[in-house]
Design a protein around this ligand. Structure first.
Ligand code: ACO
Length: 323
């Protein structure tokens, strides 16, 4: 049986760091409010002229070096993003060109904050079907471009960044002891559009629009749905909560992450937390957290990782990966 096994990862954060205090200068907010309600202390914002594909390319290069590969070694490239460079072509096609990947195919996935988990599931399916042997999955966002900086309830939450993971086909036994993607669990429910959306787009307003969110409602859905999808993915992998070495959640809000870990029964010292320094980077948050933990030497071969995310759509899901 074929498995999609991780062989390298990397991340990139734009140079500019924006501390909570910067928002307090122009909005009726405080560092104290943002920190205690969300866990966020700072985030990175892309420089003028720095696009999502630039962030994605930088992360991709680190992942390729980590795997000892070049762009030419990839068969497929998937970018999960809600903030593409252009309406079309796909941001993935721009990244494909800039990393020197001349063959294969590249496309984007749009599932907002759940985008990385959705993209992982597609990469897994491509590898299991024999359509690709080596796939790079990138989550990359410039959410700073779609924020309403007069709305204190949304603009303080998000940041920019990118993370990349390379997967390669390898033989496994089919059991939970295999390395690689062991299970994925995906969901969406389009009835919840109004809870979290961008109020523009090419076929409606003709402009990019800005993020609109009913924060408390999203919070309630998040805690229930993330615990459900996390448990479902673990069961599908033939594993239980005690097998989880690292919970790598979407980094939206420390309180959501803590409540979800408690519901899943994963101890808090097994949760990778980067939201303090990154804010919510949407589709980039899981691969960013993964790559930061990997670079720090915290993720060891054989470790079981549970990733889970929820975002606009609503869209949510989880993946279980043995490193
Ligand atoms: N500074 C100060 N006060 C604020 C701020 C701010 N930045 N933002 C909101 N407030 C105020 C509100 O106006 C409200 O005031 P009021 O009581 O006078 O009306 C008060 O704080 C409480 O607001 P709530 O919305 O009830 O605050 P809550 O504790 O729910 O925290 C938050 C808000 C942080 C947004 C929280 O609901 C949350 O994190 N929700 C989930 C969001 C999320 O995860 N979104 C990402 C999904 S990802 C994606 O797909 C893009």
């Amino acid at each position: 049986l074929v498995r999609a096994v991780p062989v390298g990862c990397g991340h990139y954060l734009p140079a500019r760091v924006v501390e909570n205090e910067e928002f307090a200068a122009t909005l009726d907010t405080t560092d104290e409010w943002i920190r205690t309600r969300t866990g966020i202390e700072r985030r990175h914002f892309a420089a003028e002229g720095e696009a999502t594909s630039d962030l994605a390319t930088a992360a991709a290069r680190v992942a390729l070096a980590d795997a000892g590969l070049t762009g030419a070694d990839l068969d497929a490239l998937i970018v999960a993003t809600a903030t593409p460079d252009q309406t079309f072509p796909a941001t993935a096609a721009r990244v494909q060109a800039s990393i020197g990947m001349r063959g294969g195919f590249a496309f984007d996935i749009q599932a907002v904050c759940a985008g990385f988990v959705f993209a992982l599931a597609q990469a897994n399916a491509l590898i299991l079907a024999g359509s690709a042997r080596r796939v790079m999955v990138i989550g990359a966002e410039t959410f700073s471009r779609i924020l309403d900086f007069t709305d204190r309830s949304t603009c303080v939450l998000f940041g920019d960044g990118a993370g990349a993971l390379i997967l390669e086909a390898a033989e496994g036994t089919g059991g939970p002891e295999d390395r690689g993607i062991l299970a994925t669990d995906l969901h969406s429910d389009g009835r919840y559009n109004e809870l979290l959306y961008v109020d523009g787009g090419p076929s409606t307003t003709g402009s990019a629009g800005v993020v609109r969110m009913a924060g408390q409602e999203i919070f309630k859905h998040a805690v229930v749905k993330l615990a459900e999808t996390g448990s479902a993915a673990l069961a599908a992998a033939g594993l239980s909560k005690t097998d989880v070495n690292w919970l790598v959640p979407h980094q939206a809000n420390l309180r959501i992450m803590t409540m979800t870990a408690n519901k899943l029964g994963v101890p808090l010292d097994r949760v990778v937390v980067t939201v303090r320094d990154h804010g919510n980077t949407s589709a980039a948050s899981i691969p960013l957290a993964l790559s930061v933990a990997h670079a720090a030497g915290r993720i060891l071969p054989g470790d079981v990782l549970l990733m889970e995310a929820i975002g606009g759509g609503l869209s949510w899901g989880a993946a279980v990966v043995r490193w």
